[in-house]
Every structure is written in C-alpha cells, then in structure tokens.
Design a protein. Sequence first.
Length: 543
Amino acid sequence: MEGQGDTTCLDCLLPLHTRWQHTWATRMYGPLQGLLGTLVLWSSLLGSMGVSRECSAVLRMLSSFLTEDLFRKGLSSYLKAFQFRNIVCLDLWNHLQQAVNEQQSIQLPTSISDIMNRWTRQMGFPLVTFNTTSGEISQKHFLLDQKAIVRRTSEYNYTWHIPVSWMKSVSSTNYFSFLGNIETKPELKVTGAEWVLANINVTGYYRVNYDMQNWERLLSQLQRDHSIIPINNRAQIISDAFSLAQAEYIPITLALDTTRYLSKDTEYIPWISALANLKHFFLMFDRSEVYGPMQAYLRKQVHQLYEHFENSTENFKEIPSALTAQYSQRVAVWIACEYGLKKCRDLSSGLYKQWMDKPSANPIHPNLRSLIYCSAIASGGVEVWDFGWKMFRNTTFTAESDRLRYALSCAKEPWLLNRYLEYSLNQEYIRKQDSISTISYIASNVVGQSLVWDFIRSRWETLFNKYGSSFFLFSHIINKVSERFASESELRQLEQFKKDNEHIGFGVAAPTMTLALERTRSNIKWVNKNKQEVLKWFQEASE
C-alpha cells in the first residue's frame, strides 16, 4: 500500500474503522436501518467495494455471537431467497432466526430481530463500563460531547442488547453474556494486581470504560508484557482511552499513558491506533512549543520499531513477507523520518541521492518510495525538489506520478511550495483533475498550510469558476486548510472568508464550511483546556 507523508500519510495508513467510529459518536448521524440488507447482497457480489464500515462492524458482531457457522447458514439461505428481490433488514433477521431455531447449542436471550433492531434503528453505539470492584456492568449511549442534546428519539430509549465478553488475568476462561441495562457479575470482581479486559478481540461494536484501578492495572500489564493482551485489544485500549478522554470520562493523561508501552511493540494495529488518535495532537500542536517534546517522545517510542526493521530487512533493502509487517515497516519509516530520527533521515537522503546520481536505477523499494521521497524532499533544497519534479514530469506510471506529486508537497521552503501552488493551476504541468488534491497535499504540510490559506482566499473566485460549484474536492481543500485552526484569529479569518465569498458561494463545500467553523471553535476550547497538561506530559515522557 502506497501512502504519503505528514498528516496525509497518516490518513493513508489509518484503518477506516478508527475514523467512522469517531464520526458515529456524534449526534449528526442516523440509524443503520435500510443499509444492512443491501450491504449483505452487494458485499457478496462486490467484496468490500462500496460497503458501509458501520454495517460491517454490526454484522461482524452478529456473526461473532451466533458463531460463524450458524451465521453462514442463515446468510446462505437469505442470499438464495433474495438474490433477485427487494429486501429489508427483517428478511435477514428471519433467515438467521430460522438457523438458530434449528439447533440447540446457541441460545439467545431474545429474538435476533429484537437484538438487532436496537443496533439498526438507533443512532450511534453504546459505552459499556466495567467496574471490577463492585462487579457491575452498565451501558449508556456514547457521545463525544456528553452535554449534547439528542433530539432524535428512540423507541428503545438508547439501550441495546449487548454481547459483552471479558477475560481475567488470573483465568484462561473467556466470559460472555448479553447485557441489558445494568447487571452485577460476581466473577467480574478482581483484587490486587489482577485485571479485567473486555470486548475480546474487539468483536463488539461498543466503547469500553473501566474503573480507574483496572485502567492502571491494564497499563501495568502492557508495560510488563504486552503480548499477554491480544493485538486487537491493545489497539482497542488506546482507541477507547482517547475517545473517553475526548468525552471527558477519563483524564487526557491516562489516554496518553496508553501509548507508553509502544516502544516494545512491533505490531501494526496498536501502532496505527495510536497514530490515529494522536493525529489531533499533531494538528493542534505542531506550530506550538508542545511540538518539540512531542517530537522527542515519538522519536523515543519508534526507535526500537525502526531498529527492528533496520536489522530484519538489511537496512530497508527488503520488504517483510507478512502484509501487516509491511504496514509496520511503513509506520516505522514514516514516524522515524517525520519526527527527526537521524538515521532515518540519513537513509532517505542517501537513497534519494543514489537515485539522483543514476535516475534509470531507482534503489528505493516501491512500498517505501512515497515515504522516502517525502523525507528527502523535506530535508533537501531546490536541487532535490527539481529532480523530483523532473521525474514526475517524465514518468509514465500513474502510481509513481502520484507518489511524486505528493512528495513534492513535503518541501519546507515556502518559496518552493508557493511555486508548486502556481504549478497546480497550470494544466500543462498538473492535470485539472489533480490540481485540487495537489493543493490539499500542500495544505497538509505545516509550512504549506498558511500558504494555501492565503492562496485560496485570494483566488477563491478563480478556483470556483474554473472547477464549478459541484466539484466535490472543494470540500476536501477547505477541510485540509482549516484542520489546524485553533485560535481566535483563525476563527475570525474563517468567518471573514465565508462572508467575503457569499456572493460567489461554496457549492457542494457549503456544509464543510459550516463544519470547519464548528471544528475551529471546538479546537479553541480543547487547546485552551488541555495544552499545558499535554505539554507537561510530553516533557516528562520524552526524558
């Protein structure tokens, strides 16, 4: 998988579920009803193409508590019956219920339709809290803003039949039950250094919270021996903690603490979960005094991961055979080069120089090219940039063209980025369909962001007339150029930009403008509240 540098590179590396679950914890999105039946038929024909990730998560949960064999039996019957007919969710539930009724080993607390209607007819998903002192398990509707007023009513009062699973450090048994509202499980209680881990292998579509003592015991276990905890759950612990911190259920420092053990982990999924959740910190603080300690912390954490692949792949000349290891290798190179690990930057500059010396023999493996190109261009000057531009203009391969087109946006010299912005509107240099995404790439660069903001403010009418009001990438460029905004002055600039261009309009990007304003206001509050605490944490953790 080819990706890119800066925060845009991170977007390429992130699993989609980390993005949609964050979105579905707001009050803006409605129920899943109407999507699931179609999802099953289309996914059988098209694989993952066009499939809703939210629906996939709910179906995965359903398959998990039914068992895969039983799910397949009901699904096969459903697909045969409805391959040429209109469908609704109830049809799927009925066929699965028939499969359940024909056996005795899997017993459910209520019908499949009663269980699943709560997942498809209600907005969002639940938060399940495990109290290991009292043994109590409880649920509530999870919202990132606890003060948000949910105006969409629910016939189920935002409660779910939740298939909850958990394990204990002192037992090899995995516990499972369906949670109604609040239940007490004596077997959930632990003492001393014992811990409980919930949502085993993350088959359930819900967030997990614990009492503070259990959080601390889980973090201690990760530091002692993280391999005891399944890979998916290591990622889940990080993801849940950051979401809970954003919703103010737990301190932000506890969420950051979940990343401390990563210096010992070489698996892709936990690392990418951490990066997904740290992305907001990168965007909010890469122009502030927090960035130095944050950069030092990430260098410290990635050092062992980088050395792992440095040693196992002959200094990145080889690519691991396992797909997840290939992704981990890319993560190692991206973090190490992006956050200033000298040996990584020396590697990228050296490989790029070899290519410059002999353009017909590129020594960089295709899996790592966009990362190496980006790092080398960021560290180099005009000669390095101009070589990249020449190779971009000469290549006949789309994949290589896309790698270079992005990497050219990684430059740190403002005049090079301004020149590239001018090139982006010249169709002799860059195809019309690629110009807006090129501008967005430059906006992802911390140096380029302010340049692009000035650029689109001064040329909005030109851009709008050239590409038309229905050009969907306008939304992307507004989103990218404003994603770092976190000050009152930037909010005023955004408001003025909207006012100044009302006569021109924003076309399909109009909702994005509204969201950008809301996000900026939210960012201002978040930074004002958390900056000093985050700065102190990174200062101490980077030592």
